[in-house]
Design a protein around this ligand. Structure first.
Ligand code: SF4
Length: 883
């Protein structure tokens, strides 16, 4: 294995280039200066990649029924299982559910096997949950699933509109590029359309905090405003589009006047007028949208409402302008290219008879699927109903991530054959698997990914495989061979897979499809290994195009784009803002999906260690929710527990819960268990951004936290959360039923040799204990009644770095307060330099710091990835108001 590698970050759709080098104290990760996506930058997650490479938690060997087996046995069992179901029930009774985490080569082989050779299109991807509405919107408008812009457009625009996107946290490096461009060109304007004030709003000239779910009215109103202001590009509309009049009529019916829009969206008319005027009067506009629009029961229409604006003004295909949906996952785009969605064939071909025939001939496929398969939500409902009897789930965790997650888990439990390939040993889904296949993880696997600007980058291995882990594409190829298709799956390596895929993009293309990889189809293995980031489409001479459609030629048969008439539809399930609040879900700055990697590093867990619900202070008062207390959330389809965080950036009547906690890290904290299976009728994307929920205080009889150098298991409490901290594990617990004797329980749970310190106050319900060994802190427990407070965690956690716990520190352990000279830095704000909230507040007060730059100069916070800068600005404002 090499001592260094240039590879690609495995997290978000920005697709940053990463340079990894082996140094004396482990792998070091830095941004690749030459990669066009990030030009050397990394966010907090990317910067911490080197700390996530440990083999702990990995699935290392194939298993059947929990027993280790060899690869041949496991693959034979998979092939036999699928064959038997297909023979008995037909190909529609089997399915694959794959992931935007897969590399393009993995995706390609999985898709080829299912659609070309098994003969079913029942392969869908978890990208269905994040960008399938944008795919459908592009296809309706352009006749192709093509993002027409590039990242540089965001820097060259005079107005960037973030619509339903908290890019500062979800796509941090791209957001930092925009923020830097705005610093350089202060006349550049930013608008953020989001009910919530997020970190992205930090640089906004207009924060359009609209009523949740009213986006389509806002966008329709803007189309009307452009028309009434005489700012349409009539020439472009006439020469290159169809359907404008119907789209404008629909918009007028829904949003006739600015005042009507302001009323429907519950916005200040002056703010709305300012935003509309800016959009109308600015030529170079990029509208970047993300899950806030996509994860809706009318997400496709919302995407088309955005695209309508750019078609109406001809602002597409030229520098600094265009509609831009950004993908959530590192290779959601690659999946779109090779047919990872159940309603696509590979290489941007569909289920039109001519496409089916072309793919059949290219693959020499005996029984190619001729019709779309089941989309994610439908697929797992089919598992539950028994219509799908064998499912292979790859690199994703649907028992956690799909709506009605409890029902998905129950469906898997009753399924005849569940195969899971993953690099992680314990997820909600892996627990349900009959056959487990260990997959290579990041750092071990090689292939390509495509980021949100159509840039293909190499993912390169630099680590030996963990245990017997193998590539995902190899597993599919091996099963394909065992099913009798050896010739079609005779790939020597991932380079061979890539060549075949690239060749397919060129096959009978004749400019009927813009996805073309041209000369990449003939890359030899060495050239593939050395492939530098490159954007598609590629001409035969290798020239690539950063932007599309400047020539007004689209990919409908008549080469004209389509306006779509958008009649806004409200969210499927209403909340009244009083008894029921609007539940919105999303990502955190320092976590990735179900945290299987990001929770491995204390730097990242420190920012938001526990599952939480963010509530506006007015709602909290009304509902008797205390900041830092626990809340019970009841949705139509499930319930959860979460810590309460007050945030006046929340829109009253709405709450926000992060998506990340699964059963592997917390008890009763899976937010998707609350959400119903409401989906967009075209894309099948779930409505994750709008669900009615009842939020009430949850007052346990007792609460506790434990600190331990050893990982613990089987802890009590209705609420339980495990947090990786520096040098130790931390467990937050709360419940009603409790152990008969805390002292006995703590000794049993934190058992080990050494000296015990103990304090008990049975009347006050308090119990504290610590175990020291050789002068160092080994474990500690702090128990209190449910209505009292527990000590702060930061200063206690810091004791794990001490070689000797002195008498003063022992006393602090017993009284639960930091002693003189002990630092309580508070909850982490800057993950890169581990700078806590208390440290920052103290510095602001002591040195009268007024800017994030001043904080950075003193404490380093915010000077590396910059992801915490919006938070620093907010802390400055709050500290100065508080005096
Ligand atoms: S923005 Fe962060 S998470 Fe996204 S690709 Fe770049 S480093 Fe990775």
């Amino acid at each position: 294995m090499p001592e260094a590698a240039f590879t690609t970050c495995p997290y978000c759709g920005v697709g940053c280039g990463v340079e990894v080098t082996r140094e004396a104290d482990g792998w070091k990760v830095r941004g690749d200066d030459a990669h066009p996506a990030n030009l050397g930058r990394l966010c907090s997650k990317g910067a911490a990649l080197g700390e996530t490479l440990s083999p702990d938690g990995r699935l290392l060997y194939p298993e059947i029924g929990g027993q280790r087996v060899n690869w041949d046995t496991a693959l034979d069992a998979v092939a036999d299982g699928f064959r038997q179901v297909i023979e008995k029930h037909g190909p529609q009774a089997v399915a694959f559910y794959v992931s935007g985490q897969l590399l393009t080569e993995d995706y390609y082989v999985a898709n080829k096997l299912m659609k070309g050779f098994i003969g079913s299109a029942n392969i869908d991807t978890n990208s269905r949950l994040c960008m399938s509405s944008a795919v459908a919107a592009y296809k309706r408008a352009f006749g192709t699933d093509t993002v027409p812009v590039c990242y540089e457009d965001l820097e060259q625009a005079d107005l960037v509109v973030f619509a339903g996107s908290n890019a500062a946290w979800a796509h941090p490096v791209l957001y930092q590029r925009v923020a830097a461009a705005k610093r350089k060109r202060p006349h550049m304007k930013i608008a953020v359309i989001d009910p919530r004030r997020t970190a992205t709003s930090d640089i906004a000239d207009w924060h359009v905090a609209l009523k949740p779910g009213s986006d389509a009215v806002l966008l329709d109103g803007l189309l009307v405003h452009l028309a009434d202001a005489g700012k349409l590009d009539e020439t472009f509309i006439a020469a290159h589009t169809e359907g404008f009049d119907a789209a404008l009529d629909a918009a007028r019916a829904a949003a006739p006047t600015l005042d009507a829009v302001a009323a429907a969206c519950e916005l200040d008319p002056h703010l709305l007028a300012g935003f509309y005027a800016a959009f109308t009067d600015t030529e170079k506009v990029v509208t970047l949208w993300s899950q806030g629009l996509n994860q809706s029961s009318s997400g496709v229409d919302k995407g088309n409402a955005v695209i309508n604006l750019h078609l109406a003004t001809g602002r597409i295909g030229r520098p600094g302008m265009g509609p831009f949906s950004i993908t959530g996952q590192p290779n959601a785009m690659g999946g779109r290219e090779v047919g990872g969605l159940a309603n696509q064939l590979a290489a941007h071909m569909d289920f039109a008879p001519a496409d089916v025939d072309r793919v059949r001939r290219f693959w020499n496929a005996p029984r190619i699927a001729a019709a779309p398969g089941l989309k994610a939500v439908d697929l797992f409902q089919a598992v539950t109903s028994g219509a799908v009897k064998a499912v292979w789930i790859v690199a994703t965790n649907p028992a956690f991530s799909l709506p009605e997650a409890d029902a998905v888990r129950a469906g898997l439990a009753g399924c005849e054959l569940v195969v899971v390939s993953d690099c992680v040993r314990d997820t909600d889904t892996v627990r349900e698997a009959h056959i487990r296949l260990p997959a290579l993880g990041w750092g071990e696997k090689g292939g390509t990914v495509t980021n949100s600007e159509r840039c293909i980058s190499r993912v390169r291995p630099f680590l030996d495989p963990a245990g017997e882990a193998r590539p995902d594409w190899w597993m599919f190829a091996e099963v394909g061979r065992r099913l009798g298709y050896a010739d079609a799956f005779d790939f020597a390596d991932e380079a061979a897979v890539f060549r075949e895929y690239a060749d397919m993009t060129n096959f009978e293309n004749d400019d009927t499809r813009d996805l073309r990889l041209g000369p990449l189809a003939t890359l030899d293995t060495a050239a593939y290994a050395d492939l530098q980031p490159v954007q598609w489409p590629l001409a035969d001479d290798g020239t690539s195009r950063a932007r599309l459609f400047a020539d007004g030629r689209f990919y409908h048969p008549d080469r004209r784009a389509r306006f779509v008439a958008v009649t806004p539809r409200p969210p499927a399930r209403a909340a009244n803002g009083a008894d029921t609040l609007v539940l919105n879900t999303g990502r955190l700055r320092d976590q990735w999906h179900s945290m299987s990697r990001t929770a491995k590093t204390a730097r990242l867990t420190a920012h938001r260690p526990e599952p939480f619900v963010e509530v506006h202070p007015d709602d909290a008062r009304r509902l008797h929710l205390a900041d830092g207390g626990l809340a019970h959330l009841l949705g139509a389809d499930g319930e959860m527990l979460a810590r309460v965080r007050l945030d006046d950036g929340q829109r009253p009547g709405s709450v926000f819960v992060p998506m990340h906690w699964s059963d592997a890290h917390a008890r009763r904290a899976r937010v998707n268990a609350l959400l119903g299976t409401i989906t967009d009728p075209i894309s099948g994307q779930p409505e994750f951004k709008h669900a009615p929920v009842v939020v009430a205080p949850w007052r346990p009889h007792w609460q506790a936290f434990l600190l331990s150098r050893q990982r613990l298991a089987d802890l009590p409490g209705e609420y339980a959360c495990e947090v990786r901290a520096k040098g130790h594990w931390r467990y937050e617990l709360a419940g009603d039923g409790k152990p008969a004797d805390w002292g006995v329980w703590v000794h049993d749970t934190l058992r080990g040799s050494g000296e015990w310190l103990e304090y008990a106050d049975p009347t006050g319900g308090r119990f504290r204990a610590a175990r020291l060994r050789d002068g160092r802190l080994e474990a500690a427990a702090f128990v209190a009644r449910g209505d009292s407070t527990l000590p702060e965690r930061d200063w206690l956690g810091r004791m794990y770095a001490e070689d000797h716990i002195d008498d003063a520190a022992r006393m602090s352990l017993l009284v639960g307060r930091p002693g003189k000279g002990m630092v309580d830095a508070g909850q982490s704000v800057c993950s890169c330099f581990s700078v806590g909230l208390n440290t920052i507040i103290e510095a602001i007060r002591e040195h009268d710091l007024q800017t994030p730059e001043a904080i950075g100069a003193l404490l380093q916070a915010g000077t590396n990835c910059g992801s915490c800068v919006p938070e620093l600005r907010r802390i400055i404002a709050e500290t100065r108001v508080a005096g």
